[in-house]
Design a protein around this ligand. Structure first.
Ligand code: NAP
Ligand code: ZN
Ligand code: ZN
Length: 354
């Protein structure tokens, strides 16, 4: 810990698992030589924010300021910064630092950094102590190596969710080599799922969407689904038995994994990105009989996040959002819990100033 100076910054966070989010003042470091200071324009609301605010993963240190889908404008740079200048658009996702030396960091897999990376919120703050505070805030200070360039042609509010929902779906779709000639399932049409549909479609796959919400069927098609399945209807599910090459599971709560494994072809894989705390039981024969794989994926590295942003710029992909004021966060959390969001809440951070 050094003696970096700090400045008081407006934010929205919570002091306890059962307390609502409210206005609070936090300390941010002033820029050090490699830092970029960003005025936050838009901040997405990920279900991970809600899991963390309510301590559902049992690792939250309070107070917590969530938010890791950040788009803004550079207001100050340290004297060694080369990648950004004042006035540039900039974005920050789930990580703000990592060791930079382990094999994973060297391979651009900072999400798996061996000694542990620094997440945008609720990680130990190596500069000023305490915990890192996230994007529900007027500004943030981040090392330039963990700041992303924002394509000029994309809508800024709709770009914010790419920083988590975008990369978290892009990374496994790339890793499992999704493309033309493949039938790919996306489970759950929330923030992650709706980005998964758009990205898998842009990669050239035949996209089959699984939802528990009949009311989202038409939207799923508009988002790019070739077929939509109501997952609570056994007959509809049976029509897709043993037919999918890959399934990306974006569900935030406990659900039946076997039902989806049985839709995979031989050698097919199901990757979880949804992160409910409850165990997800799997029957051995769901895997054995089709030499299937049950896998998981965690956000994406910094270089891959930039690659995803550039891919989205090329394909004109942004999130479908509901723009809210900062004082509407608690209502948004209520709706998120019910799966009632079309399809990502984004906070207009200008609203924190008045
Ligand atoms: P979200 O917007 O709330 O979407 C979740 C969707 O899951 C809902 O819209 C709903 O879709 C479906 N769902 C909800 N409850 C369900 C239930 N009981 N049974 C079946 N389906 C249900 O959440 P999100 O922001 O996309 O995040 C999804 C999950 O991914 C969260 O657990 C989050 O923490 C996790 N996450 C993981 C990573 C990672 O790196 N692995 C990164 C970010 C987020 P339908 O209405 O279509 O059924
Ligand atoms: Zn997230
Ligand atoms: Zn590392």
């Amino acid at each position: 810990m050094n003696h970096t100076a700090t400045k008081s910054t407006k934010a929205y966070g919570t002091e306890a698992a059962d307390a609502p989010l409210q206005a609070m003042d936090i300390q941010r470091r002033t820029v050090t030589p490699h830092d970029v200071e960003i005025e936050i324009l838009f901040s997405g609301i990920c279900h991970s924010d809600l899991h963390s605010a309510k301590n559902e993963w049992h690792n939250t240190v309070y107070p917590i300021v969530p938010g890791h889908e950040i788009v803004g404008r550079v207001t100050s740079v340290g004297n060694h910064v080369t990648k950004f200048k004042v006035g540039d658009l900039a974005a920050v996702g789930c990580m703000v630092d990592s060791c930079r030396e382990c094999d994973y960091c060297k391979d651009g897999l900072e999400q798996f950094c061996e000694p542990g990376n620094t997440l945008t919120f609720n990680s130990p703050d190596t500069h000023i102590g305490g915990r890192t505070y996230g994007g529900y805030s007027e500004s943030v200070v981040v090392d330039e190596n963990y700041v992303l360039r924002v394509p000029e042609n994309l809508d800024l509010a709709g770009t914010a969710p790419l920083l988590c929902a975008g990369i978290t779906t892009y990374s496994p779709l790339r890793h499992w080599k999704v493309g033309p000639g493949q039938k790919v399932g996306i489970v759950g049409i929330g923030g992650l799922g709706h980005m998964g549909i758009k990205i898998a479609k842009a990669m050239g796959a035949h996209v089959v969407v699984f939802t528990t919400s009949l009311s989202k069927t038409e939207d799923a098609k508009r988002l790019g689904a070739d077929e939509v399945v109501l997952s609570t209807d056994a007959a509809q599910m049976a029509q897709h038995a043993k037919s999918l090459h890959f399934i990306l599971d974006c569900v935030s709560a406990q659900h039946n994994i076997d039902a989806y494994l049985n839709l995979l072809k031989v050698d097919g894989s199901l990757a979880l990105v949804g992160a409910p705390m409850e165990p997800l039981p799997v029957t051995s024969f769901s895997l054995i009989l089709g030499r299937r794989s049950f896998a998981g994926s965690n956000i994406g590295g910094i270089a891959e996040t930039q690659e995803m942003l550039d891919f989205c710029a090329q394909h004109q992909i942004t999130a479908d959002i509901e723009l809210i004021r900062v004082d509407q966060i608690n209502d948004a959390y209520e709706r998120l819990l019910k799966g009632d969001v079309k399809y990502r809440f984004v906070i207009d951070m200008a609203s924190i100033k008045n």
